[in-house]
Design a protein around this ligand. Sequence first.
Ligand code: ZN
Length: 390
Amino acid sequence: MTQTLSPLELMSKLISFPTVSCDSNLPLIDWVEAYLNGHGITGHRFYDDKDGRLVEKAALFAHVGPEVEGGIVLSGHTDVVPIEGQPWDTDPWTVTEKDGKYYGRGTCDMKGFDGLAIWALVEAHKRGVKRPLQIALSFDEEVGCTGAPPMIERILQTLPKASTVIVGEPSMMQAVTGHKGGRGYLTHIKGFEVHSSILHTGVNAIMYGAKLIEWANDVNTANLAATPSDIAAPFFPPCTTAHVGMITGGTAHNITAKDCIFGMDFRVVPGEDPLMWRDRYMEKVREVEAMMQTVVPETRIEISEKFNVPPLVPEDGGEAETLVRQITGDNASHKVSYGTEAGQFQQRGYSAVICGPGDIAQAHQPNEFCTVAQFNAGHAFMEKLLERLA
Ligand SMILES: [Zn+2]
């Protein structure tokens, strides 16, 4: 029989695995599966089979309690964002307690919750429950929530279907019932190189790219000035936004740039069709491309979808929200503008809510932390959840 670890010991163990999204998470998955097995719980793996993968990754899910439908899923991701270039005062891969806070990469986003979920699963198995409890630990959340959808399909094929999902992204243990959707489009402008002294005969990919970026600025200005719809009003900001966060291109200051590559990302409020934003962007892309082709016909703009995260649509009196409200006593309405796996579970027929320890403001930061108080609140939440399942 494996020794039973506390939630803090479990979080510390998980954080000791540097599972940055670009690296394999298998050492962590191996450890968690062995820990669950040691307590008599069967773990199921879903292996990533994306083409061209250089590193292997897996999701892990498990079910305890009666083999019936209608259980609750505790959902977390195992990957974390990189620490490169961040000034850390402590070792990011060791949980350090200081001034009432636990420091470490993932304490807040979201190995603190993962540790609590593993703890709750083992307790549910030991104590025995009437309603099933499941955990789902995914990969590749931080690179556009691409790991969860195939994992969810596999869970639906493997386990009795649960009805409710609690996604433990940091929410200060409040029930978050809605988030924006995300759509990202890799934009590659293929221009034509000439000496910049005769630039009118070339196509500068960067300068044409600027027209698309300026379009995004105009979209934001118009959307921020517009009166929000009822469903969009609780979000901050209460509208869809367009963003370019990275750009590369050009070879020299005196050559018209042959290439310009950037991501055009939309955060779309529930109630608006993300494809409408794609279509509007494509319309602008074709307009700019036509301008380029009047100079050099072979030039073009290629667009490919980088990520697609569905929104979490607020459920009126939804099961997940009701459950979390009953446990936390929090009756306020909370919406967030970041994407999570909750919308992906909801899309597959689960009632979904976000509730986890820590503040999203600390996620991805150097010296990421979760306060001891928040972590303890997460522990208390799991205790109350177990009472309800008994
Ligand atoms: Zn996260």
